[in-house]
Design a protein around this ligand. Structure first.
Ligand SMILES: C[S@@+](CC[C@H](N)C(=O)[O-])C[C@H]1O[C@@H](n2cnc3c(N)ncnc32)[C@H](O)[C@@H]1O
Length: 306
């Protein structure tokens, strides 16, 4: 019998099957940036915890410099796979794979860095924010301060109104979709610039509910029928270069239940509310968009040969 946490984990996709971990290993944008950020943040001899280790790849990146990595994984199949893969790689012996729930696990000693990649666009579905908030609370109780540094350090989340085509060979289906960054999709028209609706700093206490109302100036005439959610993870802040190592995730686009016709110059108001780790439909159900102010009517031009 599965307990309540396990049932929710299966439903929300926290028990990611092995073949999906292959996709994550193949995602160069994700892998390369995590590798660079971990190489920067994990100093020689450091102690590291990874929450949600999967195949163990990020723990293995850390093991290049760390003296010890505690890699915590909840899915027993992934615990087996991670141990197997780590045994095939140099420094793999520095990584201890622990079968535990990240909501309950604490390392046996203070650590320097905590890596956690339970990331989903909009911080939906996966438990990144809740897991880190729980870890910080329990860590401070057990070890006192200072807290270790977290990787990612921060997340920036934005939203953008779109006109999105939902025609599939004549079949109209307004449906959630994921799009790669840096790809031009002919069926997607950006109707306004994106607006940031939340910044999470994992070194600070964080709210678990995102409730937002904001305004956009519409840039072209059309029908706003979807909102694109943009999530950029600041994996590491590189102080010396005044720069950051980031991972911009694929975009998630959600259809609006009530599309809005808008013209260039109109002011559009958008609002939504959802909980970190909540299901995508909970955000989708809360989306609202309306034209707040219409663009000033253009003065009629005098006919050319009057
Ligand atoms: C998005 S995957 C990332 C895996 C790996 N860190 C990587 O970057 O390839 C998230 C992992 O967290 C694990 N996970 C989810 N909830 C967990 C929990 N409560 N405790 C421990 N592991 C968990 C999942 O089983 C999955 O392997």
């Amino acid at each position: 019998m599965l307990n309540e946490r396990e049932i929710e984990s299966c439903y929300l996709g926290q028990f990611i099957p092995l073949h999906y971990h292959h996709n994550m290993l193949m995602d160069q944008n994700r892998m390369h940036n995590f590798k660079s950020a971990i190489a920067y943040a994990v100093k020689p001899g450091a102690k590291v915890v990874e929450l949600g280790g999967g195949t163990g790849v990020l723990s293995w990146f850390a093991a290049a410099q760390a003296s010890k990595v505690y890699c915590v994984e909840f899915n027993p199949d992934m615990v087996r796979e991670a141990r197997k893969f780590l045994a095939l790689n140099p420094n793999g012996e520095k990584v201890e794979v622990i079968h535990a729930d990240a909501f309950e696990y604490l390392p046996p000693e203070p650590v320097d860095v905590v890596i956690c990649e339970m990331l989903h666009v909009g911080m939906l579905r996966e438990k990144q924010v809740e897991v880190i908030e729980s870890f910080k609370r329990r860590y401070l109780e057990r070890f006192g301060g200072p807290l270790p540094m977290f990787l990612p350090e921060a997340v920036i989340m934005a939203v953008q109104p779109l006109q999105q085509e939902y025609d599939f060979e004549g079949f109209h289906a307004p449906i959630v979709q994921f799009q790669e960054i840096n790809v031009i999709y002919p069926g997607t028209v950006e109707m306004a610039q994106p607006a940031v609706y939340s910044i999470i700093d994992f070194n600070q206490p964080n709210e678990l509910v995102y409730s937002w109302q904001g305004k956009f100036v519409v840039e072209r005439n059309g029908e706003i029928n979807a909102l694109r959610f943009v999530t950029k993870n600041i994996l590491s802040v590189v102080q010396e270069r005044s720069s950051t190592i980031d991972w911009l995730m694929g975009y998630m686009t959600l259809p609006l239940a009530t599309p809005v016709r808008a013209r260039e110059g109109d002011v559009l108001q958008v609002s939504f509310q959802y909980r970190a780790g909540g299901p995508i439909p909970s955000l989708q159900a809360s989306l609202r968009a309306e034209v707040l102010y219409e663009a000033a009517l253009q003065p009629q031009r005098a006919p050319a040969f009057a």
